[in-house]
Design a protein around this ligand. Structure first.
Ligand code: SF4
Ligand code: SF4
Length: 340
């Protein structure tokens, strides 16, 4: 069985490794049910999904109904306004087959503008506070790829959890944001412990996240095999040895030359290409599968990416010296294969 950790002041005492709900989009219902059943039997008690993860919520709801099981459930909405998030919550509850949800999070708030809308009059937070008072949402969380906004959300004191990128390629959250959140009783969920599937040494990657006290890591899983593999690692969440740290550093150096940290310093692109998203297309294909990439948004990225003039402005601005133009070409090639 897995150790448990308290998710800040929510009082939720969940397995230190949760089940990340993105990858079950790419498998059928039977496989998804098997993966979830295996996770539950091995002691996973926390499942995280989102309105934006295709049919993930539905599959989780159906699996839990078949299994007659109850776990801590978290989902998210990309809506920034109150009415929008109320509607999204209705859909989430129906999909998951529950009357209330343990944690509902505002999803991927990556810009100041979106942050202001969420917290402003008529924004998502106001509605979530109402929904919590009505008992439909037990706790309110915040997710972002932007550490400055994560810090701001922690300082605001209005969210009970934060969900941030945390892996040995992107360890920055461990320096200030995670300790600050934990100190203030805000629960911390570590997203993408495998850097969206880019890190090959999944065992070291998972231990890196799990050996941080107070953090609950939520690696995405799609099959029972992946669940067994990760659970075995999560049973022994000791810190990396000096030798293992060297391997992690070598992996960081290898990926550091091609891995996009989603910081957006390369923007604005004159062709309005969402560069960070485009650079994660290879990992998105790996995690979501090609069928789930047939969305309007990904089609619009495909159209925009075709207008890259190779001006190189993005490369001048990227603090990690990524070969953005080459990576854009690679993404363009993948999108052509998947969508054309
Ligand atoms: S090289 Fe392409 S992606 Fe980069 S800034 Fe220019 S147009 Fe945008
Ligand atoms: S390409 Fe570079 S600057 Fe742009 S988001 Fe990725 S890491 Fe940041």
């Amino acid at each position: 069985m897995l150790d448990t950790r308290r998710l800040g002041r929510t009082g939720i005492e969940a397995s230190l490794m949760g089940f990340g709900g993105i990858p079950i989009m790419r498998v059928g219902m039977d496989e998804a049910r098997e993966a979830i059943a295996e996770a539950l039997s091995l002691g996973v008690t926390f499942i995280d999904t989102a309105r934006g993860y295709g049919d993930s919520e539905k599959k989780i709801g159906e699996a839990l109904k078949c299994l007659g099981a109850r776990v801590f459930l978290a989902s998210k909405s990309p809506k920034r306004d109150g009415d929008g998030i109320v509607e999204d919550l209705k859909v989430s509850l129906a999909n998951l087959g529950v009357k209330s949800i343990d944690l509902y999070q505002v999803h991927c708030v990556n810009t100041e503008e979106h942050y202001a809308r969420v917290l402003g009059p008529g924004g998502a937070l106001e509605a979530l506070n109402r929904l919590r008072a009505e008992g439909k949402v037990h706790h309110i969380g915040f997710t972002t790829h932007n550490l400055a906004l994560a810090a701001k959300a922690v300082e605001s004191g209005v969210f009970e959890t934060i969900q941030v990128l945390y892996n040995f390629i992107e360890p920055e959250a461990g320096k200030e944001v995670i300790p600050m959140a934990l100190e203030r009783g805000i629960g911390v969920l570590a997203m993408k412990p495998f850097a969206g599937g880019c890190i090959e040494r999944y065992d070291l990657a998972l231990r890196f996240a799990l050996s941080t006290p107070g953090v609950i890591a939520i690696p995405g899983m799609a099959t029972a095999d992946e669940v067994r593999r990760n659970t075995e690692v999560a049973r022994h969440p000791q810190a990396l040895t000096a030798g293992e740290m060297k391997i992690a550093v070598a992996e960081r150096e290898r990926l550091g030359k091609i891995y996009c940290r989603r910081c957006d310093y390369c923007q604005p692109c004159p062709s309005e290409i969402p560069i960070a998203f485009a650079l994660h297309i290879p990992s998105i294909r790996k995690r979501m599968g090609e069928a789930m990439m047939q969305t309007d948004f990904i089609r619009s990225v495909h159209e925009k990416i075709g207008s890259c003039t190779e001006c190189g402005e993005c490369e001048d601005r990227c603090p990690f010296d990524l070969p953005v133009r080459d990576l854009i070409k690679e993404a363009r090639q993948i999108l052509a294969e998947v969508l054309e």
